[in-house]
Every structure is written in C-alpha cells, then in structure tokens.
Write a protein that binds this ligand. Structure first.
Ligand code: C5P
Length: 260
C-alpha cells in the first residue's frame, strides 16, 4: 500500500501553498435548488470546507449559484464532466473560467485534442482576466461502470479496469490536465504512474458506520489518504446526517489523523 508522500502532495500544484485538511474536503451539494444548497453551505462555512456542485444544481440554477457559493470564500468545484468536440469544450471552459470556477472537470474519453483545447482555453481565459487558471480534472471511467461493462459494452477486450484507468490518467497528464477523479481503490495505481504532483480527487467515501447508498465501491476517509488521494468528495454522509456539522467535524478529524 503506498502512503501519501506528504512533502510533495501536501503542496497545491502550481501555487506552492500547503493544502489544509479542510480544503481537501469537497462537500457535494447535490440539491435541486440554490436555497437548499446555500443553506447547507452556510451551515458548513465556519468549518472551512470546499464545495462541489454537480449537474442537478447547475442545470437548475446555473452560474448564479456558483457565484453565490464562491462568496463564502471557499474553493468551488464545478462537476459538469464536459464531453464534446474540442472547439465546443474550449468554448465551455472559456465561459466557465470567465465567470469564475476553481476546479472543473471533463471526460478524458473526449480525446487528447479535446483535453489540450480545454487546457489552452483555461490558460487563455485566466491570462485575459489576470487570475490563476482553475484546476482541470479528468474523468477516466465512471465508477458506476464495471470491468464487465468495459469489456462487453465499451468493447475494450483484454484490458483490466485498473490498466484502462491508469492509461487514461496518463493521457490526461500528457494533455496537461492537473489530475483525475478516481476511486480511491485505483489511487495507488494512478499515483505510481503519474507521480506525486498529479491531483487525485476521490468520491465513493464512507466514514465507518455510514451507509453505502448507491456507491458500489466505498472506502473510508483515512484509507483514501493512505492510498494516496489528495481530495475527498463526500455528499450524503454529510448532507444527510442528522447534524451535518458534527458529521463533517468527525470526517475532518479522521482526515487529520490520516495525514498526521
Ligand atoms: O453522496 P455521495 O457521497 O455518494 O456523493 C458523491 C458525489 O461524487 C456525487 O456528487 C457524485 O455525483 C460524485 N461522483 C461520484 N462518482 C464519480 C464521480 C463523481 O460519486 N465517479
């Protein structure tokens, strides 16, 4: 089992700013409306955690809710999993960066040109605006897809899921992305291939005792860091808890213990 190379992975790529435990936790605000998301964000804001918004909230509320969340002064990850031809993705990245995002993601399966176009667009928009470009994170193979789906549906024969994900992570790195979303179970393989500067963002996290809900392959916060992840994405164990602040504090304590 690989352990976290603290001297390097605790440094945020490109900024040389040490990452706090709180910054390493993205709370997934999977809500149908801005009012619910902002109420949870406000409740958690004193703890200093980061936020992630996904398709449900973005399609309902658009960039307005991203701007409102950024007013809390925390990192906001816009999880829209862009996947289109290079020119269209470049345009989408320009729009998102122009309006302000900290992290955004795109499917690596859109190909190298699409990924390079996204990187160039993010850098151009950031330069134009005089700000740091956002972290661009690749989606490799959705964690809802199994090795059987890879072989039979995607028709990729003779390759294990781990090899496939590792290959796409390397392609993402080659194209200039900052990191990938992955299962913490795949983190050691990707870390070994892509090195300590490549950011690993992992959902499917469940503190001991929390229910799995629809996540098939779950791992605890402590184990995820032992596997070499940089950021955790956690939704329902926090947003569905009877006391979200207490649940978040317990997760942060577990993260601190794993990183100590
Ligand atoms: O509630 P839960 O902790 O399962 O939420 C996980 C979050 O991470 C959700 O917003 C989900 O969309 C996102 N996610 C995931 N698996 C991926 C990519 C993103 O669960 N492979």
């Amino acid at each position: 089992m690989s352990s976290l190379p603290k001297t390097i992975s605790t440094i945020s790529k490109g900024t040389q700013t040490p990452l706090s435990v709180e910054e390493r936790l993205f709370v997934a605000l999977d809500y149908p409306d801005a009012a619910s998301a902002l109420a949870m964000a406000e409740q958690l804001a004193p703890l200093g955690v980061s936020y992630k918004i996904g398709l449900q909230l973005f399609y309902a509320e658009g960039m307005a809710v991203v701007r409102q969340l950024r007013q809390f002064g925390k990192t906001v990850f816009v999880d829209l999993k862009l996947h289109d031809i290079p020119n269209t993705v470049a345009g989408a990245v320009d729009s998102l960066v122009s309006q302000g995002v900290d992290f955004l993601n795109l499917h690596t399966q859109g190909g190298p040109e699409m990924m390079r176009a996204a990187v160039a667009s993010a850098q151009q928009a950031a330069t134009r605006l005089g700000q740091m470009p956002p972290k661009l994170i690749g989606v490799t193979l959705l964690t809802s897809l199994s090795e059987q789906a890879l072989n039979e549906f995607l028709f990729v024969a003779g390759v294990s899921l781990g090899e496939y994900v590792q290959h796409l992570a390397l392609q993402a790195q080659k194209a200039g992305l900052d990191g990938v979303v992955c299962s913490a179970q795949e983190a050691p393989l990707i870390r070994a291939a892509c090195g300590s500067d490549f950011l690993l963002v992992t959902p499917g996290i469940r503190p001991a005792g929390a229910g799995d809900q629809d996540q098939a392959r779950v791992i605890t916060p402590a184990q995820a860091f032992k596997n070499g992840t940089d950021y955790l994405v956690i939704g329902r164990p926090i947003t569905g808890a009877s006391d979200p602040v207490v649940a978040t504090q317990a997760i942060l304590d577990e993260m601190r213990g794993a990183l100590a």
